[in-house]
Write a protein that binds this ligand. Structure first.
Ligand SMILES: Cc1cc2nc3c(=O)[nH]c(=O)nc-3n(C[C@H](O)[C@H](O)[C@H](O)COP(=O)(O)OP(=O)(O)OC[C@H]3O[C@@H](n4cnc5c(N)ncnc54)[C@H](O)[C@@H]3O)c2cc1C
Length: 423
């Protein structure tokens, strides 16, 4: 593997073309069997596999570093897979598309890879595997694999055009012209533009006549309008396990109050379902039928204050806030003084609290992109465009998006391996 400046990697001729040094005396232009665009999770994996399959591989990226999203993922520790991966954990217009690749490259395969490289990992939540130390370990593994497979990695390179050239493809780049047998687009989705995300893959898809399904940010925190924005801002940092449902999908995980609204795993998950205008139904006490337990509490401990009852179930700041929001100026009263109607109102707000977000934080903080290149035109076996097999799409640029918990990386690895081995 070479990660080099243009001068070190290649030599130019009088016409301004540039060639890899090893081709100077033979081939009068830069030619590779496989050019992978995007040195992220899917591209690194694909390039290594194609290299091991005996192909001459060039991996290009416009960023100054490979695997930037891997480095920032999982709070810097990369939730690199989920042992429970099945196609049911992915959103796509075609729910069957992911089956083949996910079946062939399973979480255990990636675990075996990082174990071989001596990376330690932990299961932070059931099935969710994270690096024990740092996400840098995953990037190191992938770059080492590329090196061993003879892949040339070239960063800080702008792709100016991608054209069909007979049975192959021709790229014009900021470093010159490159001919390739196969071009793999692994340029990811639109989330976190400051990390190098672009709509490049969608533009290429459209250029070659493929459909791109509408994209929207997912696994993203919600924003709220007043008065809830200010109320939640005061609780910023408070977290509790809740269940939340929207459009017949339900998740149960921790929720986090933030300065702008709500986040935490449960909100990120439901953001993939939520559409503007939808209301979220929150159950703040998913293990309790509050209408029943409040009546029982009133019967057995009539002198207990409602605020005490809430304080036993919620973080202190939230219990106090609930009293302030819903008991208005009234002082907390003993449970005996609450009517059935009042208790039922409390049950409704605790077991079925309707919250209407004003929006999401958008691409700036979204972890993934829903939608993307329509899989209808893509082979689920080798990820080639059916009508143009020398062009391929892998990873997040495709209309395949995982739930939170390591599924998105597993898709990047699986699609990268399936494509790379078939290049
Ligand atoms: C903050 C954050 C945390 C995340 N945490 C997790 C997690 O813990 N577990 C999980 O499974 N998933 C996580 N994800 C999602 C995961 O990072 C992505 O699904 C995954 O990286 C997609 O891999 P990819 O290779 O398809 O795209 P990417 O990893 O995004 O790679 C795309 C590459 O293409 C390059 N590129 C883009 N445009 C161009 C262009 N025009 N020219 C040249 N190169 C270009 C980019 O620079 C980038 O290197 C997280 C995402 C974010 C943003």
């Amino acid at each position: 593997m070479y990660i080099k400046t243009p001068q070190a990697l290649c030599a130019g001729d009088s016409a301004g073309n540039w060639y890899p040094r090893r081709f100077i005396h033979g081939v009068p232009k830069m030619t590779f069997d496989v050019v992978v665009i995007g040195a992220g999770a899917a591209g690194l994996m694909c390039a290594a596999q194609a290299g091991y399959a005996g192909r001459r591989v060039l991996l290009l990226d416009h960023a100054n570093k490979a695997g930037k999203k891997i480095l920032m993922s999982g709070g810097g520790r990369c939730n690199f897979t989920n042992l429970a991966t099945t196609p049911q954990h992915f959103y796509s217009e075609n729910p069957y598309f992911s089956i083949s690749a996910l079946k062939r490259y399973r979480p255990e395969h990636f675990v075996e890879l990082i174990e071989r490289h001596g990376v330690e990992y932990v299961e932070k939540a059931p099935g969710q595997l994270f690096c024990a130390s740092s996400a840098k370990d995953v990037v190191r593994v992938l770059l080492t694999e590329c090196e061993w497979a003879g892949v040339e990695v070239r960063l800080k390179t702008q792709i100016e055009s991608v054209e069909r050239q007979g049975e192959g493809m021709r790229l014009m780049t900021s470093a010159g012209r490159i001919d390739a047998g196969v071009v793999v687009i692994a340029s990811g989705g639109l989330s976190i533009p400051t990390m190098g995300a672009t709509g490049f893959g969608y533009e290429i898809a459209r250029q070659f006549g493929l459909d791109v399904l509408p994209t929207r940010p997912a696994l993203v925190p919600f924003t709220l309008s007043e008065p809830w924005k200010s109320r939640f801002a005061e609780l910023s940092g408070v977290s509790l396990e809740v269940s939340v449902s929207c459009r017949e999908k339900q998740f149960r995980e921790p929720m986090l109050f933030t300065h702008r609204g709500v986040s935490g795993p449960v909100m990120l998950q439901i953001s993939s379902i939520w559409q503007p205008g939808d209301t979220l139904m929150l159950n703040l006490l998913p293990d309790e039928d509050v209408a029943t337990t409040l009546r029982e509490a009133r019967d057995t401990t009539p002198k207990r204050q409602l605020s005490t009852w809430l304080g036993e179930r919620f973080p202190k700041r939230l219990a106090q806030a609930l009293m302030a929001w819903y008991a208005s100026a009234q002082e907390s009263r003993p449970l005996a003084q609450y009517s059935n109607v009042e208790l039922d109102s409390w049950a409704a707000r605790l077991n079925a609290w309707a919250l209407k977000p004003s929006g999401t934080e958008g691409w700036r903080t979204a972890e993934v992109t829903l939608g993307g290149v329509d899989t209808a035109a893509i082979s689920s076996k080798d990820f080639s465009v059916k009508a143009l097999p020398q062009l391929r799409f892998i990873g997040e640029v495709l209309d395949v998006t995982g739930e939170l918990g390591g599924f998105n990386f597993q898709w990047a690895w699986a699609s990268g391996v399936a494509c790379g081995q078939a290049c």
